[in-house]
Ligand binder design. Structure first.
Ligand code: NAD
Length: 257
């Protein structure tokens, strides 16, 4: 098992990438702290882990709030003695996120707080815990839109994810000598709640699929596999990277219909 003896905190663990990663990490031997705002679905993740013989607890936290981030890290150390892996994954794509003219300040601020400030807060409180554990791995969920402009405007989301990649690089350099690795994952369009509620017609989904060389949406467990790699010692010489998990979307210029 690739995460035997390690403890991992995953935010956004009630759904999508976070839930899939919680299940995969636990199956690979990690003790999992599943963090989310959504209590019932978060508890469901924990039940599924326990049903497969793993160990996990749920912690309700709003990752945009400093006190909640401090609490989730403290709960992880309390429950499992130490923290080895921090997966800052929770994020939102808010309706009303548009071009610069059409996006309300409130949408911009909320997106930045949940998608970017949360990563800073997770690291602010999590890095001291990783130090106490003798090092560890931090994984931050960005997006392919951090690397390229999208034709459908969502300026707050895109800017927040660009910030996640930049923050990841800087933290990686700053903490490299402390045995703390920091990497980002850049998923392409996935078949999760977050995207499907926006691509809510066949026509919208078809238009998005045109840009994906693989011709399909990704699945949360395909991102969880990449997160497992970055969490485990298999990636021991990798830090500061932005791993594309996008079905080839950022490699493509024009994809034939
Ligand atoms: P999802 O909506 O299925 O899951 C996101 C989870 O985050 C939810 O359980 C939600 O309750 C939780 N969450 C939201 N705000 C929170 C807060 N303030 N505090 C704590 N938890 C909060 O979405 P997903 O697709 O699994 O997204 C996970 C990450 O992947 C996000 O950062 C998202 O931006 C990123 N991403 C998704 C896609 C995609 O196509 N789905 C593509 C690229 C990147």
């Amino acid at each position: 098992m690739r995460l035997n003896g390690k403890s991992a905190l995953i935010t956004g663990a009630a759904s999508g990438i976070g839930r899939a990663s919680a299940l995969v990490f636990a199956a690979e031997g990690a003790k999992v702290v599943a963090v989310d705002l959504n209590e019932s679905d978060g508890e469901q993740t924990v039940s599924e882990i326990r049903a497969q013989g793993g160990e996990a607890i749920f912690v309700r936290a709003d990752v945009s709030k400093a006190e909640d981030c401090a609490k989730m890290i403290a709960r992880a150390e309390e429950a499992f003695g130490r923290l080895n892996i921090l997966f800052n994954n929770a994020g939102v794509l808010l309706s009303g996120d548009d071009d610069a003219i059409g996006t309300e300040e409130a949408v911009w601020d909320r997106t930045m707080a949940i998608n970017l400030k949360s990563v800073y807060l997770g690291c602010k409180h999590g890095i001291p815990a990783l130090r106490r554990a003798g090092g560890g791995s931090i994984i931050n969920t960005a997006s392919f839109v951090a690397m390229m402009g999208a034709a459908t405007p969502q300026v707050a989301y895109t800017a927040s994810k660009g910030g996640v990649v930049s923050l990841t690089r800087e933290l990686a350099v700053v903490h490299a000598k402390e045995n703390i690795r920091v990497n980002a994952i850049c998923p392409g369009p996935l078949r999760t709640e977050l995207l499907m509620k926006i691509l809510d017609t066949e026509e919208k989904r078809r238009r998005r699929l045109i840009h994906i060389p693989m011709g399909r949406f990704g699945e949360p467990r395909e991102v969880a596999g990449a997160a497992l790699f970055l969490a485990s010692d298999d990636s021991s010489f990798i830090t500061g990277s932005a791993l594309m998990v996008d079905g080839g979307i950022t490699a493509a210029y024009v994809t034939p219909l």
